[in-house]
Design a protein around this ligand. Structure first.
Ligand code: 5AD
Ligand code: SF4
Length: 493
């Protein structure tokens, strides 16, 4: 059956990778989220929304904002696809398999849409910033009602309104870098631990990575906005915040009127009465001595640093445009360990970058042995359309790449186990998150270093800090025994 060709042009501003690469240093505007007009606040009354989130913590946090907007429009949340009046997929574009999953789900949801024609189906997040993806949706997934980009979240009330009243697919994807929008509503998914954006976008343009295109240029939130948000979370009883950015170490570099860096921000956050502060993700290139000095003051700044290395070979790092060498990375690690001797380091590693030789891969293994990360996220390189690496000659067979990944994982698991074994008999501070997923009689929580700890204890410990003696360390988790009599309740400021 042939479909009528529709005119999408009025909604669609095509994402443009070339334009993204040329972006300049125009001033970033800080906009305030416009309150949702009274007449739109009832739109979702009696209706339910479901957001399916793929990918990184940035997306998880964006979904909290989107949920906030839905709820201000009268919608309530559901976990059940069949009960939902709107299903939104918040997508990830980092590797091909992330995209495959989304297309799989979109295909599957076609049936539900046939059964329930009033169901609204939307796609947002990083994939919607890719021209090829949007075209594929326009051509082959016409049961989708709404597509919007990562710079368009604040426009959701209007887009949703359009989608509800239009028979056509509503597409709005701004490829312009976007501004910083403050005061967006949020429904935080956790009452203990909160995500706080400190900056958006990335200007690093690592040659394999799609993020600088899907998330736009680097733009920092104003320090007072970040600090006030954290103070407010502390007052509301949150026990932990994670400061979020694609490259948090570049925080503040875009301020034209202010000399204020990530280290300054951390030093100010340190003075706020919230028990634990994490941050992610760091770029080794911008990780400066001042930051190490501030982190070494500890207090609420935890001794865990996620420091993606990507490769142990200076030649591969050069092709990746990471802008540091193996030696510079190792020197940074040495300085961090000197200042914070019990620091836990974790990392991201890509194997099978185009042209990576056996010797270059061996250099990654030797770096992993030298640094001794507590854990690592490891990936096989996945070409992303429009990135420079996608055009590089890649003659390494997939079998070889898989074998490398396995060798790397085996090595890392051995190190992770050894690191956890060293905790046997030690007492660690655990923030209790809830019942363990596997066994409701067991509680689980995390150490300052973000290690998962399981132990038996009464439910009233949930949300508290407790001391646990580790008596059964494993590769990815630690089992222990609760050793204090009374949990430590730490109030905010
Ligand atoms: N292929 C494989 N892994 C990638 N990453 C980013 N882009 C790619 C890609 N094209 C990995 C990097 C990054 C992590 C979030 O995802 O290791 O740090
Ligand atoms: Fe991607 Fe590199 Fe930016 Fe990280 S720093 S988001 S890997 S371009």
């Amino acid at each position: 059956m042939s479909q009528e060709v529709k005119d999408y042009s009025k909604y669609f501003i095509a994402p443009d990778l070339k334009a993204a690469k040329k972006r300049g240093k125009e001033e970033v505007k800080v906009l305030q989220f416009e309150q949702i007009p009274e007449n739109m606040r009832q739109v979702g009354k009696g209706k339910k929304y479901l957001i399916q989130t793929y990918g990184c913590q940035m997306n998880v946090h964006d979904s909290e904002t989107i949920a906030g907007i839905f709820e201000q429009m009268g919608y309530t949340a559901t976990e059940e696809e069949k009960d939902a009046d709107i299903i939104l997929l918040n997508t990830c574009a980092i590797r091909e398999n992330a995209e495959d999953k989304v297309f799989g789900t979109l295909g599957r949801l076609k049936q539900l849409k046939l059964e329930k024609p009033d169901l609204l189906l939307g796609v947002c997040g990083c994939m919607s910033q890719e021209e090829s993806v949007v075209n594929r949706i326009l051509q082959s997934y016409q049961h989708v009602d709404l597509v919007f980009g990562t710079h368009n979240i604040h426009r959701l009330p209007y887009l949703l309104q359009n989608a509800l009243f239009s028979k056509e697919m509503v597409v709005e994807v701004w490829s312009k870098e976007g501004d910083v929008v403050e005061n967006m509503p949020k429904v935080r998914s956790d009452g203990l631990r909160a995500w706080v954006n400190i900056m958006y976008g990335c200007d690093k343009f690592c040659t394999y990575c799609i993020v600088p295109y899907t998330r736009g240029k680097e733009r920092s939130r104003r320090p007072e906005d970040v600090l006030n948000e954290i103070r407010d979370l502390a007052r509301r009883g949150y026990q932990e915040v994670t400061l979020l950015g694609q490259n948090v170490n570049a925080y503040g570099k875009d301020f034209t009127d202010l000399d204020y860096t990530f280290a300054d921000l951390m030093d100010d956050v340190r003075k706020i009465g919230i028990p634990r502060v994490r941050f992610t993700t760091s770029h080794p290139r911008d990780f400066d001595d001042h930051l190490i000095e501030v982190l070494a003051k500890r207090g609420n700044l935890v001794e865990h640093i996620h420091l993606p290395v990507q490769s142990g070979s200076s030649e591969v790092l050069k092709l990746m445009a990471r802008k540091y060498t193996r030696e510079q990375y190792l020197e940074l690690v040495r300085k961090i360990k000197e200042a914070i001797p019990d620091v836990v380091l974790t990392t991201d590693i890509i194997v099978g970058f185009p042209g990576e030789t056996d010797e270059q891969f061996e250099e990654t293994l030797s770096l992993v042995k030298e640094v001794e990360y507590d854990s690592a996220f490891t990936f096989i390189y996945s070409p992303r359309e429009g990135t420079p690496a996608a055009k590089m000659k890649d003659d390494i067979p997939m079998e070889v790449k898989k074998e490398r990944l396995k060798r790397l994982n085996d090595l890392q698991n051995e190190i992770s186990r050894k690191k956890n074994e060293a905790l046997r008999g030690q007492v660690v501070e655990v923030l209790v998150e809830g019942e363990s997923k596997k066994n409701p009689n067991v509680l689980s929580g995390r150490t300052r270093t973000n290690k998962l700890v399981n132990f038996v204890g009464p439910k009233h410990l949930i949300g508290k800090f407790v001391q646990v003696r580790i008596d059964e360390p494993q590769t990815w988790t630690l089992n222990g025994v609760w050793v204090d009599q009374e949990p430590i309740a730490r109030a905010g400021v």
